[in-house]
Ligand binder design. Sequence first.
Ligand SMILES: C[S@@+](CC[C@H](N)C(=O)[O-])C[C@H]1O[C@@H](n2cnc3c(N)ncnc32)[C@H](O)[C@@H]1O
Length: 274
Amino acid sequence: MNPGDDASFQSLTQQISDVEGLALHAYKEKCLRRRIAVRMRARGVHTYQDYQSLLQQHPEEYPKLRDSLTINVTKFYRNAATWESLADSVLPELFQAREGRVRVWSAGCASGEEPYTLAMVFADLADRLARRKWLNRVTIDATDIDRQCMARAEAARYRPTVFEEAPDHFREEYCVPVDDEYQVIPRLRALVQVRHVDLMRDPPLTSEYDLVVCRNVVIYFDRPTQEQLYQTFADVLPEEKGVLVLGKVETLFGPVQKRFTLLDVRERIYRRCA
Ligand SMILES: C[S@@+](CC[C@H](N)C(=O)[O-])C[C@H]1O[C@@H](n2cnc3c(N)ncnc32)[C@H](O)[C@@H]1O
């Protein structure tokens, strides 16, 4: 398949950016082409020009394209070793130093499994330290660009399969069965605020976080956009205390590295330094 030349690709991505309000120019081009090709194959069109016309004539294709562009794969306790490292060494210190008033940002939270995992890990910690009341002081901003995903995060109802990597008691103690799904209990839902933030365009919701978790999101962004975002994360974290967690295949690079020290190289856990 030869989908067409650069001009028709630019024209198509400009149209998608305008209609969908996405900053597509800041996504990696190879990744964009691959994701658009998935939808073109599904609709049986072979050139970017034809796909652009199809979008104009059938705007109901846009949400499907958006789904393909914003890869939403996630689950509870994804990369268990990262959560174990956080629960063992990083979170107890934060939680105790701030007597529970920990402000967390789950940036690119998809359908909510990550921010609710955070809530569950804090619930475990509050139990372990016999400081159950402190749990209510934790706040977790869960942000994403994809409004359908955000709606799922707000509903906090999940199929049993997304708990497969998590400790059993996460589903048993922190969720209740509803039909053939599980819903996170109100006490933990109350810790999580789901908000729309486009990490390429919007400022953070606040300038004061203790912990920023941004995993498996920036891999789709080009390098200048990644670098800018890492600087933003450094800006919202307090010196010598704030903690940043990236995905397993993501890493800090460039001048922003000076603003962090590595806490756990394998799990991509960094501390903000002076
Ligand atoms: C693969 S999921 C990662 C979910 C979760 N952090 C995890 O690791 O399991 C990537 C998420 O990033 C979101 N995303 C992509 N581009 C974004 C942007 N510009 N601003 C905010 N979120 C974005 C997608 O909508 C998607 O929900």
